[in-house]
Design a protein around this ligand. Structure first.
Ligand code: HAM
Length: 437
């Protein structure tokens, strides 16, 4: 029988790796809490129309990468379940879901700015390669609210970017770069897209097939094409900066001034448009240098403003800004930058070794006592030979605690410290303290 394997584009994360994942997530939670964010958990699947309307029908994500199925009413529900089949989709990103929840729970009615973060898997049927998976994790956040909550202020954009810089620095990511751009308001964008279409008409036949198609369906996407043979044409296309109205230009200038004020370095990249339809005004990406373990995928994270998304989904006017960090990519970067991951698994405080099966129960009771005292403990087994107990203990823990017949009777335990090579006798009442040292 053929052995079963994880599906292409998905993978298992074993404890040797999850230690680093947990450190990254704990750092995100700690940093985001300092900026007033609370966690939101939305479902992993949603109505397909949420993504069609929110992310955009013409985007690569919606047009070819979603895992979508017809969810039929249950045959055994006796016809009580209403409606026929419903089209459902595994979420390819989480912004649309968060804004749906914001609308559904009437969070706008609080009148307060909502600062929400999430950590979880997303699904896109992309061609798997290093740093690109079909199930991947994002750590993301969204800041949104009614206009009177200050949600459209440039200050929010700068605060989010400063938070991301702090997060990456606290994790020790080296050499990151922040690229920013403004893609204009919902009125600037159509004017710019029209100008792009016009400029592309006489030249598009000289472009790669992909860009010819994009020139028709989604001309903005031509700008972030990496096809080398199209770069000369792309460089000659009109720039969004020349199409921003006064308010958008002013907003972008305020974002940059606030970044300058808090010393966050950035580069303005006029071609940064990003692949989702909801963006307005500020867009950004953080990248890491080649050789950081990501292969050709060097965008660690991306995001931007989406001032019209709530209304596109039938909600009240609620400007917003957010980002999503590719957690898989962040981990690959940290691993590559650290060289070999410094043995991520910290050793346990103690290995409790019963010397015979008769001491198993006493050993469990001792382990329970030590774990209650906050120590990390592994338990051997009375069937192990002494040599095996010592070998296992040396691999897993800093010390071994021997539980033989004498120890159980006297309440004086034998403890060996592996790094010091010392063996001592410790009274049970002092044991937890001794193991902590
Ligand atoms: P996105 O640029 O599609 O934006 O994804 C954000 C990040 O997720 C990317 O920069 C990348 O690091 C990671 N990522 C995307 N696809 C994959 C993949 N197949 N494998 C591994 N990592 C991947 C969004 O998703 C927006 N919702 C971000 C946002 C939040 N904008 C506003 N708020």
């Amino acid at each position: 029988m053929a052995t079963l394997k994880a599906v292409r584009g998905t993978r298992d994360l074993l404890p040797s790796e999850t230690a680093l994942w947990n450190r990254v997530e704990a750092t995100a939670r700690a940093v985001f809490a300092r900026y007033g964010f609370g966690e939101i958990r939305t479902p992993i699947f949603e109505d397909t129309s949420l993504f069609a309307r929110g992310v955009g029908e013409e985007t690569d994500i919606v047009s070819k990468e979603m895992y979508t199925w017809e969810d039929r009413a249950r045959a055994d529900s006796g016809g009580t379940e209403r409606g026929g089949a419903q089209s459902l989709t595994l979420r390819p990103e989480n912004t649309a879901g968060v804004v749906r929840a914001y609308i559904e729970h009437k969070l706008a009615d609080t009148g307060m700015l909502q600062k929400l973060f999430y950590i979880g898997p997303q699904f896109r049927r992309e061609r798997p390669q290093r740093g690109r998976y079909r199930q991947f994790w994002q750590i993301g956040a969204e800041v949104l609210g009614p206009p009177w909550s200050g949600s459209d202020s440039a200050l929010r954009d700068a605060e989010v970017l400063e938070m991301l810089a702090t997060f990456l620095n606290e994790l020790g990511v080296k050499g990151w770069r922040l690229e920013v751009n403004s893609v204009g308001s919902s009125t600037d964008r159509p004017r710019y897209i029209a100008a792009l279409r016009e400029a592309l008409t006489p030249v598009k036949h000289r472009m790669t097939a992909d860009n010819q198609r994009r020139a028709e369906t989604n001309p903005l996407r031509v700008l972030d094409s990496k096809a080398p043979e199209d770069q000369a044409i792309i460089d000659g296309l009109p720039r969004i900066a020349d199409f921003l109205d006064d308010a958008s230009r002013d907003h972008f200038a305020q974002v940059l001034a606030a970044l300058d004020a808090c010393g966050v370095a950035y580069t303005v990249n006029p071609r940064l448009v990003r692949g989702l339809d909801y963006y307005t005004r500020t867009t950004f990406e953080f990248t890491v240098p080649d050789g950081s373990g990501l292969g050709t995928q060097n965008a660690l994270l991306g995001g931007g403003r989406y001032d019209g998304l709530s209304e596109m989904l039938g909600g009240p006017k609620s400007p917003g800004i957010g980002f999503a960090i590719g957690e898989d990519r962040l981990i690959l970067t940290l691993q590559a930058q650290a060289g070999e991951i410094a043995a991520a698994e910290r050793k346990l405080d103690a290995f409790v070794a019963p010397m015979g099966v008769a001491q198993n129960a006493a050993a469990l009771a001792l382990a329970q006592e030590l774990r209650r005292a906050g120590l990390s403990v592994e338990l051997g087994d009375g069937s192990f030979r002494l040599k095996k107990s010592f070998e296992s203990a040396d691999k897993l823990a800093r010390r071994i605690v021997i539980v033989g017949e004498d120890e159980v009777r006297s309440g004086i335990l034998t403890v060996k410290d592996f790094s010091a090579g010392e063996q001592t006798k410790v009274a049970r009442a002092d044991l937890a303290d001794a193991l902590r040292g």
